[in-house]
Write a protein of this length. Structure first.
Length: 186
């Protein structure tokens, strides 16, 4: 059981949308934001990283961020869309640790870029995007927790069978005498 199963969960996304629809909507926004940020802002960040005065460390960080984290985040977003639309719990379970790792790495990159002295304009949108990822993650986590609770709850048929197994019913014969029998519905 992952350590984040003890995190709180909610029953609705944004207060008015059910969690499944909210996850789909948030992932679509996440993919659109990823395209906007990585195309427009990361281009300027990558150009400044490849200046003559840039270090090899800065170049590796930018390439790793744009290539690896961008691809992994997009793949995780696709997994969440598939999991939410098709109600596949395992896809959501795969999404949660991947995005948790990506968020932790994004936060680490934010700190590194802040220490390296990048302009706030370049990294502030990145921080907002990371906060948006956290919200997406909590929504997916809540969806997963709600699906877990639904799977633990017995269906009506299971409730009827359990009740029938645990109780004896008294019936009357045609001559007026009573007898007990275990009643099992078929």
């Amino acid at each position: 059981m992952p350590f984040y199963d003890s995190f709180p969960s909610c029953s609705k996304c944004c207060g008015f949308i059910n969690l499944r629809s909210g996850c789909i909507l948030l992932v679509i926004f996440s993919i659109l934001f990823r395209i906007l940020i990585y195309i427009f802002q990361k281009t300027a960040l990558a150009q400044s990283a490849f200046d003559e005065k840039s270090t090899v460390f800065e170049i590796i960080i930018v390439i790793f961020d744009v290539a690896i984290i961008g691809i992994a985040g997009t793949a995780a977003d696709v997994l969440l869309i598939l999991g939410a639309t098709r109600k596949h719990h395992k896809y959501v379970q795969i999404y949660l640790p991947i995005m948790f790792f990506i968020f932790m790495f994004e936060f680490f990159l934010f700190i590194v870029w802040f220490i390296l002295g990048y302009h706030w304009m370049y990294i502030f949108d990145y921080l907002l995007f990371s906060v948006f990822h956290v919200y997406c993650w909590f929504t997916a986590h809540s969806l997963s927790q709600n699906w877990n609770h639904e799977n633990e709850m017995p269906t009506n048929r299971e409730k009827e069978l359990n009740q029938a197994n645990n109780e004896s019913y008294t019936r009357r014969k045609s001559d007026g005498t009573e007898f007990c029998e275990n009643f099992l519905p078929k």
